[in-house]
Design a protein around this ligand. Structure first.
Ligand code: BGC
Length: 371
């Protein structure tokens, strides 16, 4: 093999043979004893290799850059598509089954639930019988299960009647949360509402604290079949029994209707004219009682009630109702939706969430702003 200098020198001579561009003319030609054809082939193939190598590197870089750029583009496209899909995805759909559609207490539960729905980006459908009815509520529950909603929030008016249906929903993977009234024996995920026995005790304690001397008491509960009303009554009686100066002479039900509460109060006061304390355990009972008391012109009667619907707070300000035990219906609705959403995201939720209750009378009624 000749050294590089020699080869370059000889190759320069090839330029003299420009006329012989085609390699075949070089065959047989020699310069300074070198075969020109062999030299050209060798020189050209070295050059070609370098060019080919350079070309390959550039090609590789080009393909590589293209690949990176395309992958990035694809990633961005997929991301954008994902976003678009999630924007158009239907939000989870919950059904809230109340006791009575237009009851002011349940409207507060609904308000809390709808506010939470906005916050947690879910949809809440509020349904209820026009007038309280276990059969109607059960039909609504069955319908919600059949339409495969993402979650059901229901007041369980009657534990025995509701438990098998709640369990059916759970076995079909439809989560159920009870609200306001629990079905403890069922497989519901959680109960959100008042500790009703404790709230009944607080009502009893309030009557004890705000009365003096002997009293006969007439009680009106919301419903005989409703567990929350029974628990409140039990809590109330457990306290009253400890005070011999107080005696419950009759218990009737209003069917959560203010008209029925007024009718029952009227009948009771005529039957027991010596009743001097009347107690109601659901939202509209005390308001109904005020009507009967006014009609009978019995200004000597003290009325104790439940909940903070506007008319009750107004009646406390006017001195027509002595005190009420308030619950947190707005909070119940809000928390039920919040916990249902959490559950759908795979987060654990508590088995029982007691919302608070407290006494409101003339001393603190001013501070009560109800959402
Ligand atoms: C009870 C509810 C009931 C409502 C009726 C509330 O005190 O907690 O169960 O539906 O009163 O007005």
């Amino acid at each position: 093999m000749k050294n590089k200098k020699e080869i370059a020198l000889v190759y320069n001579n090839i330029n003299r043979y420009k006329a012989c561009r085609l390699s075949k003319y070089l065959i047989g030609l020699t310069v300074n004893g070198y075969n020109l054809f062999e030299l050209k082939v060798k020189y050209m193939s070295n050059k070609r290799w370098t060019l080919t190598f350079l070309f390959l590197i550039i090609l590789f870089l080009y393909v590589f850059i293209q690949f990176i750029w395309t992958s990035k583009q694809m990633e961005e496209t997929v991301e954008a598509l994902d976003k678009r899909v999630s924007l158009h995805e239907e939000p989870p759909h919950f059904i809230l089954i109340a006791q009575e559609f237009d009851n002011p207490y349940w409207r507060k539960v609904e308000k809390g639930a709808q506010d939470a729905a906005k916050k947690f980006q879910v949809e809440v459908e509020y349904v209820a019988p026009l007038r309280t009815s276990i059969e109607e509520q059960i039909k609504l529950l069955e319908k919600a299960i059949a339409s495969k909603v993402d979650g059901i929030i229901v007041q369980s008016l009657d534990e025995e009647a509701f438990t098998p249906i709640i369990n059916k929903a759970i076995s079909k993977n439809i989560p159920i949360i009870t609200i306001d009234t629990d079905a403890k024996a069922s497989r519901r995920l959680s109960y959100i509402g008042t500790d009703n026995f404790a709230a009944g005790q607080l009502l009893g304690k309030t009557v004890v604290d705000m009365t003096t001397g002997q009293h006969k008491i007439g009680v009106i509960i919301g419903s005989e079949s409703s567990d929350n009303q029974q628990e409140r009554l039990d809590g109330f009686l457990s306290v009253i029994k400890q005070h011999p100066r107080l005696e419950v002479v009759e218990v009737q039900a209003s069917n959560i209707s203010r008209i029925q509460a007024s009718i029952q109060a009227d009948i009771m006061l005529r039957k027991y004219p010596d009743i001097s304390v009347m107690v109601g355990t659901s939202a509209l009972d005390a308001i109904g009682m005020t009507v009967a008391v006014k009609n009978l012109q019995r200004s000597d009667i003290q009325i104790f009630g439940f909940d903070d619907v506007e008319e009750t707070l107004l009646a406390i300000k006017k001195g027509e109702i002595t005190a009420t035990i308030i619950q947190k219906p707005y909070e119940m609705g809000f928390i039920a939706v919040q916990l249902m959403s959490k559950h759908l995201q795979g987060q654990p939720i508590p088995n029982v969430y007691f919302t608070s209750s407290k006494k409101v009378d003339a001393s603190n009624v001013q501070m009560e702003v109800t959402p």
